[in-house]
Design a protein around this ligand. Structure first.
Ligand code: FA5
Length: 348
């Protein structure tokens, strides 16, 4: 039995050292040292020997078992280290390598401009408001001192909402796509909160399409209404806005003009960026950005205010045109903004 144990040791050590993976080694363990393995089988023979022999054989068996078990743990460690190393090599990632960024969108140029303009006006106390973009004739024209048949209305080249040939009419007149953000003037006064210092940024619609005109565009329109508001406040607001938005080297000029809802009225032009004076966008180096003026007493009355007590300034500018005038913009056709050409949009 002793020689069998020695043989067992020899074979077991041999098998352990030839195992090439932890899985192989586990098989070897089960085969030699497992509950039904060879060692257990051998030990069953103990019951057939004399008690003296059993003592000696027991010692040998213990010695053999210890040796085999030691060889087993040794091999187990070696194999594990090798396997971990192989796994590390295989699964290694370079955490300093640049990742593959997923495509990320961004706000459109127009939305960026809306946010920037609203922010600049908020710094001087103008709150952003919104009024309907589909409105009644009353708010778009009549309350703005333009009676139904007045020729001044023709300038706006308005889209009316029609059902077939029949223009839709509600309690305050025909339904129109607002041609300007001025439809909010009387609506804001009707809210009844004085003084008013608000900026209305809205979509507007006109039957126009040229490098300077888009059928749908935005205006931002400011109102400052209260006691003792005068034209110097208007100048102060423009100076602040232009400096913040365009920088110190661009100029604005006021041209006397006529709007039915302001008296006196002006158009505000901005000078071309240096070196771009010949762009097709400009007329003699200037581009009109918007209109402005002191609110007409009839408009204040339409909004329920006493023109003897209150005065107000109003200005309405084209948002896209204002944005296009920013240095470095280089957009010479306003309609590019709405063509949804990714090659264009991705540049901003
Ligand atoms: C008006 O719309 C007046 N409601 C502005 C105003 C408000 C005057 C308050 C006085 C007091 P006007 O039609 O000039 O004015 O348009 C104002 C600006 O809107 C223009 O200067 C231009 O910058 C822009 N604009 C007008 N039509 C278009 C268009 N089709 N596409 C792009 N921008 C336009």
């Amino acid at each position: 039995m002793e020689s069998e144990l020695r043989k067992f040791q020899e074979f077991a050590l041999q098998a352990i050292s030839s195992a090439q993976s932890s899985a192989d080694l586990e098989h070897v363990r089960v085969q030699y040292l497992g509950r039904k393995g060879q060692m257990s089988e051998l030990m069953k023979g103990l019951k057939d020997v004399t008690s003296e022999q059993r003592k000696v054989i027991g010692q040998v068996a213990n010695e053999v078992k210890k040796k085999v078990e030691a060889a087993f743990s040794e091999r187990e460690k070696t194999l594990e280290v090798g396997e971990r190393k192989a796994r590390e090599d295989e699964e290694w990632i370079d955490i300093s390598a640049p990742g593959t960024a997923s495509a990320q969108g961004h706000l459109t140029l127009v939305t960026q401009a809306i946010e920037e303009i609203a922010e600049i006006f908020s710094q001087i106390g103008f709150v952003q408001v919104r009024h309907p973009e589909i409105d009644w004739d009353w708010y778009s024209f009549e309350s703005l001192n333009m009676p139904k048949t007045h020729p001044a209305r023709d300038e706006w080249e308005t889209f009316f909402i029609a059902d077939g040939d029949k223009v839709q009419t509600g309690e305050k007149g025909k339904v129109v796509l607002t041609p300007h953000s001025s439809n909010g003037q009387v609506r804001e006064m009707e809210r009844g909160r004085m003084p008013i210092r608000a900026i209305n940024i809205n979509k507007c619609y006109r039957r126009q399409s040229t490098v300077r005109h888009s059928p749908m565009f935005h205006q931002f329109e400011g109102w400052l209404i209260g006691e003792n508001v005068n034209i110097t406040h208007m100048k102060g607001v423009f100076d602040y806005f232009v400096k913040q938005f365009f920088g110190p080297d661009r100029e604005t000029r006021l041209r006397p003009y006529h709007f039915r809802f302001t008296e006196p009225s002006f158009e505000i032009d901005i000078s071309a960026e240096k070196g771009k004076e010949d762009s097709k966008l400009y007329k003699d180096g200037w581009l009109e950005l918007g209109g402005a003026g002191m609110m007409h007493p009839n408009v204040l009355r339409a909004g329920g205010l006493d023109p003897e007590k209150y005065t107000g300034i109003a200005f309405g500018w084209g948002l896209e045109r204002t944005m296009m005038m920013k240095s470095g913009m280089n957009i010479d056709d306003i309609r590019l903004l709405y063509k949804n050409d990714m090659r264009f949009l991705e540049q901003f």
